[in-house]
Design a protein around this ligand. Structure first.
Ligand code: MN
Length: 449
C-alpha cells in the first residue's frame, strides 16, 4: 500500500499584479496549472483546466484516465475561449501527478503539457521528469542552443504546447513506481526561472515536512527575483507497496528500503511521450498574446539590473509623490490662510470708544489672523445720535466698507438732528445761520443765539 503526504504553496511574486497559477492537492491527485492570457484569461483557463481535470480523473482514476482528463481539460478551456471573445487566446500549462493502481500495483502517473515541471527527488538525486514544451527547449533538442543558453533565451517562454489553444493537444505521460522516501515536486516556471536544480535539491534534501518545503521553495524564488507567479507542490511517498503494517508501527526500521534499487522509473512503450518529436511549424503556437503578459516574461533577467531598475522606479515614485504631497498641503495651508485673512480684513465697523464713535478696520471682536485697527475718529459723540443706537454701537456695528461705515454714522447724526429740530425748531443746532445779502446801506446782523 502506498501512502502520500503533500504540501503546497503559491505566491504572486514581486512583478505580477495577479496570480494566475493554481495548485491542486486532493490526496491522490496533484497538479500545477500556470494560466496565461490578458484580462482574467489566465485565471479562468487555469481554474477551468484544474476543475475539469479533477472531475474527469475522478471518473477514471488510471494513467490513461489522467492523460484523457488533461485532454478533456484542454477541450473545455478551448471551447470556453471560443465562446467568450474577451477570453480568446487564453491558455494554461498543466503538470499533474496521481496515485493510481494498475495491474494491482501502485503507480504514480505523471502528465505534462507546457513549461511547468515535475521533478523526482530519489535517493539524494533530483531528476527533471517532464520536458518543457517551449521554443527554447525545442532549440536545445535540435542542437541550436545549449541548455545554459536556453535558460536566458528570449524565446524560452514561448510555448509550443498548452491547454486551451486548439481543440486537441498531445499529452506526455509517465508511469513511475513510488518508493518510500521519494519526493515529487510539481512547480510553475516562476520557481524554476529563479532557482536552479541544486538550489531546489538543497531544500528537498534538508526540509522533511512537505508543506514547509513547499513554502520555503516559493519564498526562495520570491527572494531571488519573483518575476513571475510561483507555485510548488511537494508530494512525499510515506509508504510504498513493499511496506507492511508492521513497518508502519516500527517507524525507525525501513526493512524493505533496498527495494528502491529495483524501482527505477519506467515507461511503457505505448505511453512514450510525444515530446521527442520535433513539432512542425503548425504545432508551434505562441500562447502568450498581447503585450501585457509578454512584458514581464521578456524582461532582462540580470538580477542586478532588475534590482537597480526597481530601486530607481521606487525612488522616483517616492520623490514625485512627496513633492505632490508638499505642494498640495502648501496650497491648502496658503489657501486657508488667505481666505481667513481676507474675511478678517474685508470689513469695517463702528464702535463707541470713550463716548466717541470710531471706525475700525477689521471684524468686531477681532479676527483670527488680523487685529482690528482704528482708521477714523468721527468726532461724533453718543449725544449726537439717537439713544436707541447706542447699545448696538457699544458692541460694534459691522459694515462692508469704510464708506458704508461713514454713511452709517452720518445717517445716525442726521436722524438725531431731524428729531431734535422737530421737537425744538429753535434749538441752536436747528437755527442754521443764514447770510442775507444786505441791501446797500442796511446793516445786517446775524441772529445771536
Ligand atoms: Mn509562469
Amino acid at each position: 500500500m502506498t501512502l502520500l503526504r503533500s504540501g503546497s504553496a503559491t505566491d504572486t511574486g514581486l512583478v505580477r499584479s495577479v496570480n494566475q497559477d493554481l495548485a491542486v492537492e486532493t490526496g491522490t491527485l496533484f497538479a500545477v496549472a500556470d494560466g496565461m492570457g490578458g484580462h482574467a484569461g489566465g485565471e479562468v483557463a487555469a481554474r477551468l483546466a484544474v476543475d475539469t481535470l479533477t472531475v474527469a480523473f475522478g471518473a477514471k482514476p488510471s494513467g490513461t484516465g489522467l492523460s484523457e482528463a488533461v485532454n478533456e481539460a484542454n477541450r473545455v478551456v478551448f471551447e470556453h475561449s471560443m465562446d467568450n471573445p474577451e477570453l480568446r487566446g487564453m491558455g494554461t500549462t498543466m503538470t499533474a501527478a496521481a496515485l493510481v493502481n494498475e495491474d494491482n500495483r501502485d503507480v504514480i502517473a505523471l502528465v505534462n503539457v507546457g513549461d511547468s515541471r515535475s521533478y523526482r527527488y530519489h535517493e539524494g538525486e533530483l531528476t527533471q521528469i517532464t520536458v518543457d514544451h517551449s521554443l527554447a527547449e525545442e532549440m536545445v533538442r535540435s542542437g541550436e542552443i545549449s541548455e545554459s543558453e536556453a535558460a536566458v533565451h528570449p524565446h524560452r517562454h514561448i510555448l509550443t504546447r498548452a491547454l486551451g489553444v486548439s481543440d486537441d493537444v498531445a499529452v506526455d505521460l509517465w508511469r513511475i513506481q513510488p518508493t518510500r522516501g521519494d519526493r515529487f515536486l510539481l512547480c510553475s516556471d516562476g520557481l524554476t526561472n529563479e532557482l536552479d536544480a541544486p538550489q531546489i535539491a538543497e531544500v528537498l534534501s534538508t526540509v522533511p515536512d512537505p508543506q514547509v518545503a513547499a513554502d520555503l521553495l516559493v519564498r526562495a524564488a520570491r527572494t531571488h527575483g519573483g518575476s513571475d507567479n510561483i507555485t510548488a507542490v511537494v508530494v512525499d511517498v510515506v509508504l510504498d507497496d513493499e511496506d507492511s503494517g508492521a513497518d508502519v508501527a516500527d517507524d525507525g526500521a525501513p526493512a524493505v528500503a533496498a527495494v528502491a534499487a529495483v524501482a527505477a522509473d519506467f515507461r511503457t512503450a505505448a505511453d512514450e511521450p510525444v515530446a521527442d518529436q520535433v513539432p512542425g511549424d503548425d504545432d508551434i503556437v505562441e500562447v502568450l498574446p498581447g503585450p501585457e503578459p509578454l512584458k514581464p516574461k521578456f524582461r532582462d533577467r540580470s538580477r542586478a539590473r532588475r534590482k537597480a531598475r526597481r530601486a530607481a522606479r521606487g525612488r522616483r515614485l517616492i520623490t514625485v509623490r512627496t513633492l505632490l504631497f508638499v505642494v498640495l498641503v502648501g496650497a491648502i495651508v496658503f489657501g486657508a490662510y488667505f481666505a481667513v485673512r481676507w474675511y478678517d480684513t474685508n470689513a469695517y465697523y463702528v464702535q463707541v470708544n470713550n463716548n466717541e464713535l470710531m471706525i475700525y478696520h477689521g471684524r468686531v471682536g477681532g479676527g483670527v489672523l488680523y487685529k482690528p485697527v482704528e482708521v477714523e475718529r468721527t468726532g461724533v459723540t453718543t449725544a449726537d445720535i439717537p439713544a436707541y443706537a447706542v447699545p448696538g454701537l457699544v458692541t460694534g456695528i459691522q459694515e462692508d466698507s469704510l464708506k458704508a461705515a461713514q454713511a452709517y454714522v452720518a445717517g445716525l447724526v442726521a436722524t438725531q438732528h431731524q428729531a431734535t429740530c422737530a421737537q425744538n425748531p429753535f434749538a441752536p443746532a436747528c437755527t442754521t445761520p443764514t447770510t442775507v445779502v444786505p441791501p446797500p446801506g442796511v446793516t445786517t446782523t446775524t441772529k445771536a443765539p
